[in-house]
Ligand binder design. Sequence first.
Ligand code: NAD
Ligand code: MG
Length: 403
Amino acid sequence: MSKPRKVAILGSTGSIGRSALEVLKSHRGQFELACISCHQQLELFEKQCHEHRPKLAVVTDASNPQAQQWVSNAGSDAMRRACGTDELIRAILGPEIDIVVAAIVGVAGLETSLAAVESGKRLALANKESLVVAGELLLNIAKKSGAEIIPVDSEHSAIFQALQCKGQSESNTRQDDSQLNEQVEKIILTASGGPLRDWPLEELEKATIQDALAHPTWSMGRKITVDSATMMNKALEVIEAHWLFGLPAEQIQVVIHPQSVIHSMVEYRDGSVIAQLSPPDMKLPIQYALTYPARTTATSKRMDWSQSQSLSWYPVDPARYPALELGFEVARRGGTCGAVLNAANEAAVELFLQSKIRLTDIAKVCRSVLQHHDFATNPSLAELLRQDRWARDEVMRWNQSLC
Ligand code: NAD
Ligand code: MG
């Protein structure tokens, strides 16, 4: 039997992080938990350390005095405690980690994703913002280092799986883009439509935080749940798919599929459509990103073929979801657009969650910030981060101008 692969789960206290811990628990022997990290929620983190016994536990928020205290509390166990993102990056670059599960939310996850690909490791990527902000950079580094980027996002995992039906290709990495593009007509990303799917259009601006957080099919962190209500999540996923699969915006389509059972599809040149189906449970794509190319027994819920079930889909109404078009625009323009859209959205979602703006303001302010930014075609990481800061400030200025 081969040696267990050493896994780091970044953002272990979050929705994806907790599911990833469960997957690892059901795969003892095949994987071992090398490292976990969190930013806040120290109580839960402490519990996770106790239950899952990682070799290293890092609290990334070094400014939190409680985190410093937590580090100095080191007990008699073999686990090492550390504080700060630098410590986490050092571990990612080192020999004690083989696979990085990137489950931090927002652009805060970019630095660690970059470290994982720089060191040529497998990156099981849930943090779509890394690709949205710096897709080109990340892929170029991965190409040089030989790092594998395996998607955890359910739609992209579905496409990654469905793409394995293409021709005689050895792998589905970006290296065979041209071969891929010849065979694929388009990819179809499914979207649940979120909790406000059936609301009258004129009521949308009245949606409260609770309304936006009441997702019908998925249980996820707050930021991505708000993104699902505006469909900014799908906009980010269009950009993510564009980078991950090397396809232009014109070959990406989005349809509403309320049951969240078809996770996405690939339509080939001959008209065949290959879809991946399973009940909505992130444990499955997380597991596949860890075990790929193998498939192992899963603890996730399975399809029940003895029961009747209807699957439906219909086109997206752009008037209801104006954010979606922004994703296509960014996938077409590239350059600094992804960093700006992502940052504007993160800042706007935060304002919405503080009851300072309406849900419907999110797409409006993002569009305005995107239109006014200082576009550059081939930005460096420093330039992307500068644009990220500018876009956040711009959202704040926009909000203050309303007050
Ligand atoms: P979450 O809010 O539940 O968890 C976020 C995690 O990131 C927490 O552990 C938190 O401590 C950590 N974190 C927050 N800010 C940080 C910072 N500044 N530095 C370092 N760590 C920080 O989020 P989630 O729903 O688990 O989503 C995580 C990522 O996965 C997001 O990028 C999201 O888009 C993506 N994703 C999530 C789902 C899902 O079902 N939840 C599905 C697909 C993709
Ligand atoms: Mg998704």
